[in-house]
Design a protein around this ligand. Sequence first.
Ligand code: NAG
Length: 290
Amino acid sequence: MDAAPSPSSQCRYSYDEYKETADWLLAHTKQRPKVAIICGSGLGGLANLLDDKTVFPYTDIPRFPISTVPGHAGQLVFGRLKGRECVCMQGRFHFYEGYDIHTVTYPVRVFFLLGVETLIVTNAAGGLNGSYNVGDIMLIKDHINMPGFAGQNPLCGHNDNRFGVRFPCMSDAYDRGLRALAKQTAEEQGCDSFLQEGVYCMLAGPTYETIAECRVLQMLGADAVGMSTVPEVVVARHCGLRVLGLSLITNKVVTDYDSNSKANHEEVLRTTEHRTQDLQKLVSQLISKI
Ligand SMILES: *[C@@H]1O[C@H](CO)[C@@H](O)[C@H](O)[C@H]1NC(C)=O
């Protein structure tokens, strides 16, 4: 006879599993980063800027999931950026790949157990705000967790107090101090003309949005839309990490039925290549100030 379903069976991973991954990493590198960076689609080049690199393909790390998207390398890179120790996820896990929401966020709790205090997340996103241009960099000031509305919140299930409280606050998810620092840094390096600040809305994907969906998201107050980031941020805030989020606006969403333009992944990758340098420079300058 099958065991009766219990609420705890919905919690994919135990504390000990995250700990096993973290301990393995701590045993295999001397680096003790305080900053973790999750690189979005086409933005993995940031990891190449690190000095004194130690690289772990995801396939080598005990219990680590494996990435499947083109444009995502799938490795964890430890090293120094402007002298500061950090760890970069080159390739993230997306819900649309078929990972459950706990697996998508698995690395964040590992970072926490490594002693990381600040999480920087980057992504490629579609611009919903009419005043945004392709190539703009948007500081995320807030998010709309659409999969969360549909019951896909990574904190569903048993709460382990060693990570955080049952009902974590999300009104301060994107650290005000870090955003101020990012704005100041952008000004210093002359990219404030294409720096925006707005609300990121996550959809599960993998389909891009319909015209009607885009119009709904605009009405809800979202400035950019994408298929990542929010679950990781929720888990990071739960365990007390400070978060900075940056979206590269790689396309403008279609909101007009007479338009002939279509969203496509190649366009996203091309644009990221173009503005990637600026974004990388911004992040590395910023890290030297944290
Ligand atoms: C779009 O972005 C601009 C500039 O950040 C902002 O002032 C505006 O409130 C945003 N929203 C809409 C609906 O235009």
